[in-house]
Structures are given as structure tokens and as C-alpha cells.
Design a protein around this ligand. Structure first.
Ligand code: PRX
Length: 649
């Protein structure tokens, strides 16, 4: 059992500590303060863990503060797939498992050694080339969680193409908008996917999208479910047929550290998702270094991150982080509760998983189903646990520690974002006395700060806006096609410092407590959804005059979506209309954005300049009374509040 100290903190066992990369607080403190004295020197040292074709940078770091442009290792040459595959094959990991794929069907298993994975990636790189993909071209990826997804991404990096993964849970409109923004030459998809026993069509959706005018010249289709699909002549080709037609060898393209590696869309405070651009050198240095620090991976272990590759966690924590260090990463196609509620634990037991990384939403759902599902399984292989995507409250943390980790496994609550590319704040579990509910400290090389609205620094324990004080290698460089937006969103609030959009406080020990988003971004089951995207979808319905969307606490998903809608003249409230509005959001944004509640109201609280006061709506949706709302007299029409409270659902 892990002993607790007198302050209610959890200490790592001596046995665990021995296997960790950083073994004591003193060691961390030394490392951290050295990294703060000279962050550039620190990151240059981290870059030594990457194989460079040439370290040709003149300056490891440049920063044009006027334009909010910065570079790391510019002039250095590398290839990401080479770092994730070739170098491990050369260094003795040829026959070590790189990816263990566990399909939804328990019998659907494929294991790729580093040697085999390299072979497949080289072949698929040649398929991309055969279909016209060149360095700098974009490739859209709309695939289920199958090995071909990993092979596609690695092949893109090999030929220098920029991949753009679109999460399978989005609607056709949302996918179309992303494709229209990044203008890919090729789209890689599959005939379908499995979800909780059902076959889900994917190719049909792609066909629908490509009926509209897009840049896509070829669609490469993986046969996965065997569903009947419509293939368009000259445009669509089968993965397995193409793989037979190409040479087996493909040399990795020499990429500059600052060449774009991939883009990934994420919701912001406007209706338009932003394509965050990550680059080859800095991103790889960041994910490689954070993986080594956080997970204490030891050779021979099996590491499992349950995320979907449609999100940054999948990119960095299933693929590039673990593969860059030569780890064995488990890729799982299924869901936690199919065929039964113990699916995760059955998989963990089957593959003797050592390190397990998931999201609080999954943990809350699993906890609700009862501990018996977990106790049926031998989870003694687990050594370390981690969490990502939302705040994990102390109660769920302790349950995770006791029931999943058998009281033996330390937990890393890891805070980061699509924009940061790699983990930024998290405990080093071999060194720290863990505080349930806190993500604790920034990794070496990262300086954080919590500030008030007036940009004065918050005191100990005081909540404020979390900033990352200086650019670090894995921070996104820009928004695809929209640097002005990047500047406005992240750098304009406090020039020279990166605005995270999260609230936080730092306690007397320097430990960070994350408090969720402070902007109009909602986190449903850990997935970021912009309130503005949902509002835009609602306003597109003929009956809707105005819409305002706010989060409400949800027992399982962390936050759920509560919408306030006013109707145009001539329309009246009805259950049918509400259903239409819900479908409208599902069709335009996707099922992940399904509103939990639709409240039709006569008006919305607005300032005299016409701005909707979402802050008040959040409180109303959350159950506050009139007196808890504070001063509402500055509203254009204060009487609207009473009717909103009365109509609350
Ligand atoms: O609000 C924070 C929350 O997730 C946001 C980032 O979402 P996304 O870009 O989709 O990336 C998620 C996975 C890296 C953050 O702004 N968040 C992420 N991790 C945590 C968290 N909130 C609290 N604690 C965390 N550990």
C-alpha cells in the first residue's frame, strides 16, 4: 500500500521510485530551477534525445514578439517517422512490439513490431506518393482506431505531408468545414467502424462530403468492417490493393524542424474551429521529453492510453510520445462498456498493462457501474495511472487509486491542451507526494503564472487566469490560414505570454489546481466544444432568433450543454420544435454536442451594448437564485432574469 503522509498526500513506494526517471523532490527542484535559469539550454539538452540528420540551427530559439512568431531548432533537419521507427529498428528494437492493436471483437488482435510497423509505413508512404502526395501537401484522415490510422500518420510524416485528423464523431458539415479549411489532396478513410457492437458507416459520409466541391483528388479506403461501399471510379482506391502495387522501401524526407508536421482542429470562442499547427522539431522534442518524465516507462512494459486519435491526446500520447521512446503502446478500438462494463479491465488483464492513462469522464462512468466489474480482474500488472482532459476531483482520484490501482499505483493528473502539444503540468510520480485533485507542478522548461484580469499576479491560493509565460518547443506555432486569430486568441491579452483559457490557483507549495475553462468553451466528456459553434448551428434553424449556450455540471460527463433559445415571431414552443433543435445541433456540429436542455425564453440577459451575459446564464442554468446572481441592474432589461429563472428546466 502507498502510505499517506500527515497532510493527506500519497507517497510513491520505494519499489516504484526506483524505476522512476526523477526520484525525489530535490532532484525535480534542481532540474526545474536549472531549466528556469536557461530554458533554451534545457531544451537543447532535451533535443539530444532525438536523432537529427543535422543539428544545423544557428539559434535554437528565436522569438519575434511583435508578430508572435517563434522558432525552435530552425535549420535542424529530422524526420519524425525515422525517430519513431528506423532508429529503434537499428538500435535493437526490431522485434519489440510497437503497437498492440485490440479490436472491439476480442479476437481481433494485431501486434506490430517496430520492424513490421516500419515496413508498413514505408509501403504506405509510397502509396501516398503514388496518389500525388508531396512534401507540404495536406492529408485528411477520417479513420477508426485501427493500426492503419497509426500507419497513415507515420507515413505522412515520412513523406513530409501535413496530416489533419478529423474525429469520427463529427457530423458531415463539421467534417466538410475542416476539409475546406485545410484543402487536402488525399483523404484516408475506411468502409466503416465498430462501436458497441454496431457497424458505423464512414465511407458513405465521406461520399456525401465529397459531393460538394473540395480539393480532395483521391480517397484511400481501408477495408475494416466489410460493409458494402460505393467507390467512385478514378477517385477512390482500396488501401490493400494500393499496398500491393508499390515498392517496399521509402527513404524518409528530410524535414526542417519548423516545417509543419500536422494540424488538428479545436474549438475556440468563435464559431469556426481552429486548425492548430504543430511543427516537426519542437513537437517531437516536447512529446518525447514529457513522455519520459511523466510515465516512467521501463523496457518491456505495456502502456495504454484510452484516448481517440481524433484528439491531441491520441496524437501525442498514443502515437508520437510512446513511439519516439521505443515503448509498446496499446491501441484499443472499443468502448469501456461493451460487450460489458468491465471491458477496460478485461483488456488490461489480457495484455498485462503496466501504465494506464484515461479521462475522468470514463472513470466516473466506470465508478457508477460498481466496483464488482473491476474486482473480477487481476490488475496486478498496473504500476502507474494517469488522467487527462478535465479536472479530476479528489474523490474520483482516491477511488481510481484504491480500486483500479489497488492502492499501489501513483496517479499523474496531466494538464495540457491541443495547443501545447505535450503535457505541461503534472506530478512526477516517482518524486512527489501526490495531492489528489491537483496537477501539481509544471515540467522542467515550462514557466506558468496565474494572473488577475488587471495582469497583476495572483497571491497564494488565489484563483486567476493561467498563462504559460514563454514559448516552449511543442507549443503550436499558428492557426492554419489565420495567424491574426492566433495572435488575438493567445497572445494579445497579456503580450508576450500565452493565454491558456483555463482558470487556476497555485497553493503555498507551488502546486497547481486547475479550475476549468474561463472562456466560452464547454468541456463535454473532456471534449472541447465552442459555445459559439452550437449557437451558430441553432441560429441557422428558421425558428430561432437568438441562442446562448452554457455549461452545466454533469455527474458523468463533467459538463453538459444547456441552451437558451428565443424564437422568431410566429413560432411557438413545442416538444417537436425542441427535438428539431437538438437534431439541428447533432447534424451541424455532431452527436458529441447534443444539448442536454433547451430552454425557450422570451429574452436573454444583455448588457446595454447588446452583449449576452453568459456569466449570468451559467448561474441560472446551474440553479442559482436571483439573489445569488449579483448586481443585474446594469442589464438592458433586468426583468428578463425572473422569467429565465421561472422557466428553468
Ligand atoms: O480546460 C482544460 C482541459 O482541457 C482543455 C484542453 O482540451 P483539449 O485541447 O481538447 O486537450 C485535451 C487533452 C490534452 C484545457 O484547456 N484539461 C485538460 N487536461 C486537464 C484539463 N483540465 C483540468 N485538469 C486536467 N488534467
Amino acid at each position: 500500500m502507498t502510505p499517506e503522509n500527515t497532510k493527506g498526500q500519497y507517497l510513491p513506494s520505494d519499489e516504484y521510485r526506483k524505476t522512476a526517471m526523477v526520484k525525489s523532490v530535490d532532484e525535480y527542484t534542481r532540474l526545474y530551477s536549472e531549466s528556469m535559469k536557461d530554458p533554451v539550454a534545457y531544451w537543447v539538452k532535451q533535443a539530444e534525445h532525438i536523432d537529427w540528420f543535422s543539428k544545423g540551427w544557428k539559434e535554437p530559439f528565436t522569438w519575434n514578439k511583435k508578430k508572435d512568431e517563434f522558432t525552435w531548432f530552425k535549420g535542424g533537419k529530422l524526420n519524425v517517422s525515422y525517430n519513431c521507427l528506423d532508429r529503434h529498428v537499428k538500435n535493437g528494437l526490431k522485434n519489440t512490439a510497437a503497437i498492440i492493436f485490440q479490436g472491439e471483437d476480442d479476437k481481433d488482435v494485431r501486434v506490430y513490431t517496430y520492424g513490421q510497423l516500419l515496413h508498413e509505413v514505408e509501403r504506405f508512404s509510397n502509396v501516398l506518393k503514388k496518389n500525388g502526395v508531396k512534401k507540404g501537401d495536406r492529408v485528411a484522415v477520417y479513420l477508426p482506431m485501427i493500426p492503419e490510422l497509426a500507419i497513415t500518420l507515420l507515413a505522412c510524416t515520412r513523406v513530409g505531408a501535413i496530416h489533419s485528423v478529423v474525429f469520427a464523431g463529427f457530423s458531415s458539415d463539421a467534417i466538410f468545414n475542416r476539409v475546406a479549411d485545410c484543402t487536402p489532396k488525399v483523404l484516408v478513410t475506411s468502409d466503416g467502424s465498430y462501436r458497441a457492437g454496431k457497424k458505423i458507416d464512414m465511407k458513405g459520409k465521406v461520399n456525401e462530403i465529397l459531393e460538394r466541391d473540395t480539393s480532395v483528388e483521391h480517397v484511400l479506403v481501408v477495408k475494416h468492417t466489410g460493409a458494402d461501399v460505393v467507390m467512385e471510379k478514378d477517385r477512390d482506391v482500396w488501401w490493400h490493393e494500393e499496398m500491393e502495387k508499390v515498392p517496399l522501401k521509402c527513404e524518409p524526407e528530410v524535414m526542417d524542424a519548423e516545417d509543419p508536421l500536422f494540424m488538428l482542429y479545436t474549438s475556440g470562442t468563435t464559431g469556426k474551429p481552429k486548425g492548430m499547427v504543430h511543427v516537426n522539431g519542437g513537437y517531437l522534442v516536447g512529446v518525447n521529453s514529457s513522455f519520459r518524465y511523466i510515465f516512467n516507462y521501463n523496457p518491456g512494459q505495456v502502456y495504454w492510453c484510452t484516448a481517440d486519435i481524433g484528439w491531441i491526446t491520441g496524437h501525442s500520447s498514443i502515437l508520437y510520445g510512446p513511439l519516439s521512446v521505443g515503448a509498446t503502446t496499446l491501441m484499443f478500438e472499443g468502448v469501456p462498456n461493451y460487450p460489458e462494463n468491465d471491458r477496460f479491465w478485461q483488456v488490461a488483464e489480457k495484455w498485462k498493462v503496466d501504465i494506464f492513462y484515461t479521462a475522468p469522464t470514463a472513470l466516473r462512468m466506470i465508478r457508477k457501474n460498481g466496483d464488482d466489474w473491476i474486482k473480477k480482474h487481476d490488475l496486478s500488472s498496473l504500476k502507474m495511472l494517469a488522467s487527462v482532459g478535465e479536472p479530476i476531483d479528489a474523490d474520483v482520484w482516491k477511488w481510481y487509486h484504491r480500486v483500479i490501482g489497488g492502492g499501489r499505483c501513483p496517479i499523474a493528473d496531466t494538464w495540457w491542451q491541443t495547443e501545447t502539444g505535450s503535457i505541461i503540468i503534472a506530478p512526477l510520480t516517482g518524486a512527489f507526494d501526490l495531492k489528489p485533485g491537483s496537477a501539481m507542478k509544471p515540467l522542467p522548461g515550462i514557466k506558468t503564472g496565474v494572473f488577475r484580469e488587471d495582469k497583476t499576479e495572483c497571491g497564494v491560493g488565489e484563483s486567476g487566469n493561467l498563462f504559460l509565460m514563454e514559448p516552449f518547443p511543442s507549443l503550436a506555432r499558428t492557426i492554419w490560414n489565420d495567424h491574426a486569430k492566433y495572435v488575438e486568441q493567445y497572445w494579445a491579452t497579456f503580450p508576450g505570454h500565452y493565454l491558456t483559457g483555463d482558470g487556476a490557483r497555485i497553493d503555498a507549495d507551488g502546486d497547481h489546481w486547475l479550475l476549468g475553462r474561463v472562456d466560452d468553451v464547454i468541456s463535454v466528456a473532456g471534449h472541447r466544444i465552442g459555445a459559439a459553434e452550437i449557437e451558430a448551428a441553432l441560429i441557422a434553424h428558421p425558428a430561432v432568433a437568438e441562442a446562448a449556450v452554457v455549461p452545466v455540471p454533469d455527474e458523468i460527463k463533467g459538463e453538459a450543454i444547456y441552451t437558451f433559445v428565443t424564437l422568431k415571431d410566429g413560432f411557438t414552443e413545442s416538444e417537436d420544435l425542441k427535438k428539431q433543435l437538438i437534431n439541428q445541433v447533432r447534424n451541424v456540429v455532431g452527436p458529441i454536442a447534443t444539448p442536454k436542455t433547451i430552454q425557450i425564453s422570451q429574452g436573454l440577459p444583455k448588457t446595454r451594448s447588446g452583449k449576452i451575459m453568459r456569466r449570468l446564464l451559467r448561474k441560472i442554468a446551474g440553479g442559482s437564485s436571483q439573489s445569488e446572481l449579483g448586481d443585474t441592474t446594469t442589464l438592458l432589461d433586468p426583468s428578463v432574469i425572473e422569467s429565465l429563472i421561472k422557466g428553468r428546466l
